[in-house]
Write a protein that binds this ligand. Structure first.
Ligand code: SAH
Length: 243
């Protein structure tokens, strides 16, 4: 049995009851150290296998090995495991063994939703989810998707805004979106959403790169109807009936 557990943005109270049950039911917990640390109170008495950031394949192979031995494995992944997380790769590695083991994916609150809730209601209308990391995706495709999202007047949520420390990605993303969106389009920047040290700024598309944007940051860029009021970002829903 492999539980693929989305542990949410950070604070324990943002985990689902099902995720907590699955952790309790697991014989061994596998995950990236940062995420294990986040749930340390829940895994005190558990056997733990933790490998570094770029060792996803290693972690999944281990999870499969333990599951084939008959152990219940809890593979933890921050946010939602199915959003730039471990669910896809775990399935790919286990595909030929699904007659012998079962897999359950347990959803978690993803960073976009965690950050949006802190900012107000910025993703009330159609939104695009784009990662600026070009580790596994060619940059030209990322640019194409940014262009399409801009053209479609989507609210845009950016994951991995500063991938491996490269500043130019977020600047290029800003420049592409500026072709379609107004300079003063509201932008919400949330660092460590729903973690103890959450920090938040509301700025504009033109100025967003002046804010600190690191690897624990979500950037949410509004659509043409998004506005700021009382310190909150609001994207209206149902333009047709209300405006
Ligand atoms: N599976 C995760 C995303 C992994 S990609 C999820 O569903 O949330 C890693 C990126 O997610 C980070 O670079 C950052 O952009 C974003 N992220 C994850 N947790 C975050 C948090 N608590 N606050 C802000 N951004 C976060």
């Amino acid at each position: 049995m492999i539980y693929i557990i989305g542990t949410g943005p950070g604070l324990e109270e943002y985990m689902s009851l099902r995720a907590i049950d699955a952790i309790n039911d697991s014989d061994i917990i596998i995950g990236y150290k940062t995420y294990i640390d986040q749930i340390k109170n829940l895994v005190k008495n558990k056997e733990i296998y933790s490998a570094g950031m770029k060792r996803e394949i290693d972690r999944c192979t281990k999870a499969l090995e333990y599951a084939l031995e008959g152990k219940k494995v809890g593979l933890v992944s921050g946010g939602d495991a199915g959003v730039y997380g471990m669910a896809g790769i775990m399935y790919e590695i286990a595909l030929e063994h699904l007659d012998k083991i079962s897999i359950e994916v347990i959803p978690g609150i993803t960073a976009a939703n965690a950050a949006a809730s802190s900012l107000g209601a910025p993703i009330m209308h159609d939104y695009a989810v784009i990662s600026l990391s070009d580790l596994l995706t060619e940059w030209s495709l990322i640019e194409k998707r940014l262009n399409c999202a801009g053209q479609g007047d989507f609210v845009v949520t950016l994951y991995n805004p500063k991938s491996h420390g490269r500043k130019e990605h977020i600047e290029k993303a800003r420049d592409i979106l500026l072709k379609y969106k107004e300079k003063n389009t509201p932008v919400g920047i949330v660092r460590n959403a729903k973690r103890e040290k959450e920090e938040m700024e509301i700025t504009t598309l033109e100025k967003m790169c002046d804010s600190e944007i690191n690897m624990s940051t979500m950037v949410i860029i509004g659509n043409s109807k998004t506005y700021v009021a009382e310190g909150k970002i609001i994207t209206p829903r149902g333009y047709r009936y209300w405006y």
